[in-house]
Design a protein around this ligand. Sequence first.
Ligand code: ATP
Length: 347
Amino acid sequence: MISLHGLTKVFPGGVHALDGIDLTVADGEFFALLGPSGCGKTTLLRTIAGLETPTSGTIRINEQDVTTLPPGRRDVAMVFQDYAIFPHMNVTDNIAYPLRIKKVPRAERTTKAADVAATLSLTELLHRRPGQLSGGQQQRVALARAIACHPTVFLFDEPLSNLDARLRLEARTFLKRLQRDLAVTTVFVTHDQAEALALADRIAVMSQGRMIQVGTPSDIFQRPATTFVASFIGSTPMNLLPGTVTGGALHVAGAVLPTTLPDGQDILYGVRPEYTDLSTTERPDAFPGTVAVLENLGTATLVTLETDSRFIQVVVPEGAEPPLGTPGWAVPRQNRALLYHDGQLIS
Ligand code: ATP
């Protein structure tokens, strides 16, 4: 278990990279740190690893206060974006390196390296050097090295980001299975929301050194706590449309919708394109527009309707695309809609 309390990091020059982080990661949990560039993800991971000293706050791993312990005494293994494997060592020696540091005898560490390599399909490559490996293979060597130390905690900093799209998907599934099998508490940094949703047991969405929302992938996807999270999560961004309550009804982008909110309340009406249907006939509970763009998503199509200089997106099944330039009505599934006020979810 990792627990962080009041963790703050101010870099020289006054950058508040971490701004009062409180978090508990459960034993065996796969936890993702997600957020835009510069939000503090890497700094948080490096602080847990002991590569950065926090300005204030405490870090506990399995009840032990490790805040001032050097990295080597924290029992964590970190895999970086650039793998940081040694170019002059072959795969066996790279994997066995942490065991060498722990003074494990050569024969034993070679056997252990071979065992871990087998689980990662690296057996054929044990004698090669990193320069003779593909990016995906190098990534597996870095993972194998992390696994070989039997750490209490894995820390992964965008370990899949150097892989091409297809390999990345394969590596993602592989990593998830591996983490399940090993049941090692894992903190994983990514700026890719799809990766976080797919891999994590829980996700923290960060912005400017703070955790804006912590929850399961379905919490974060279904009920983003703020408009920042709502626009960050989802392969197509959530429609966020300004509206006002008048005469007991909610008026949003040409639609009139039922509401229990008081007259005069201003809101942003949020609904995902996946939870919005397309009608080719007019109806009062729909946003009217003109079909402006069609994007092929493979098994579905993303339709963009243009309405009053605003765009509303709808996902329709393949084959159900309306012709460009024709009128269309986007019908929100009201049980899926979210209302925001001042950037915060209110209903
Ligand atoms: P990315 O996704 O781009 O890697 P990140 O979320 O991991 O971003 P960090 O690398 O943690 O972000 O950086 C957080 C903030 O701290 C940024 O504003 C960054 O410029 C700043 N920062 C990071 N390292 C240092 C440093 N050594 N000295 C000064 N500022 C730093």
